[in-house]
Design a protein around this ligand. Structure first.
Ligand code: BEZ
Ligand code: FE
Length: 288
């Protein structure tokens, strides 16, 4: 019988996980996972106390998950893993709009509303913003039948699903763009906010001396028949956290200027107080 030693264990485990794996892709992933895990433990000379602390951390992370809270996604986001996966699957340099993280606060099934709608269900004093833009293909041809799922925090830094006092679907909707690709809606200017810190990910951020803030943004999931669905944000230009996003998800091309407007015609058309804030963004989708 051969001993398992520090020198041979990685090779032995890789062989055990690859020789009968159900597919070559499983074998490739198992092999790399084992090699990197073992190399990690060896590099830091992991102590038994640290190993058990890691196990307890992952156990707490699992316990914090339910149908409304996904602490593992938050962990992936705050470690930068989600943006590595995003970059692999949506490489930079394409002609379409850049993507970024989905985040844990997307809720499927938001009510469909016409372009031009107001999505504020409860007004707690946020600055009103008129959001306008277009959805086109990567060459700029307007796309018919496009929809934009939007969601954002309120002025109190909370998404509706985090706030027991918020009405359902507050600051959330599926906007139907017009046939010429144009869309508009009225909302609140988003504010920067901390990712949830009441779970193990909060402890991780504190232990690393990192702040938990994300720069102010509007979330978008833009879809059109025959095109790849785009998951992205528009970030507010000038936000103090643009260079230190807790989840590493900012991209320069996604930063937009929110400018004050006193346009009386627009204020009347959209029932807005003067002055209001205005932002415009043109989305480009890639063929499916
Ligand atoms: C968000 O923008 O909603 C978000 C993204 C990643 C982690 C936490 C929140
Ligand atoms: Fe967000």
């Amino acid at each position: 019988m051969k001993d398992f030693t520090l020198d041979n264990l990685t090779d032995v485990a890789v062989e055990a996980y690859t020789k009968n794996a159900v597919s070559p892709r499983h074998a490739e992933i198992f092999s790399a996972l084992i090699k990197h895990l073992h190399a990690f433990a060896k590099e830091v000379e992991l102590t038994e106390a640290e190993w058990i602390e890691g196990i307890q951390f992952l156990t707490e992370t699992g316990k914090k998950c339910d149908d409304k809270r996904q602490e593992f996604i938050l962990l992936s986001d705050t470690l930068g893993l989600s943006m590595v996966v995003d970059a692999i699957n949506h490489p930079k340099g394409g002609k379409g709009t850049e993507s970024t993280v989905l985040g844990p606060f997307y809720v499927d099934g938001a009510p469909e509303v016409e372009s031009g709608s107001n999505i504020i269900k409860r007004d707690i004093g946020g600055e009103k913003v008129l959001v306008t833009g277009t959805v086109s293909d990567a060459e700029g041809k307007p796309l018919k039948g496009a929809t934009l799922d939007v969601w954002q925090t309120a002025n109190n830094q909370l998404y509706d699903v985090q706030d027991p006092d918020a009405p359902e679907w507050n600051l959330r909707a599926k906007i139907k763009a017009k046939d010429n690709g144009e869309f508009s809606f009225v909302s609140e200017k988003p504010t920067s906010y901390p990712v949830p810190t009441d779970g193990p990910v909060g402890k991780l951020l504190s232990a690393a001396g990192r702040h938990a803030y994300r720069p102010a943004h509007l979330h978008f999931m833009v879809a059109a028949p025959g095109y790849e669905t785009l998951t992205t944000h528009i970030f507010v230009d000038g936000d103090q956290y643009l260079d230190s996003d807790a989840v590493f998800a900012t991209k320069a091309d996604l930063v937009a200027k929110f400018e004050p407007s006193t346009d009386k015609n627009l204020a009347t058309e959209y029932d807005l107080p003067v002055p209001f804030s205005k932002v415009h963004y043109d989305f480009g989708l890639m063929p499916a």
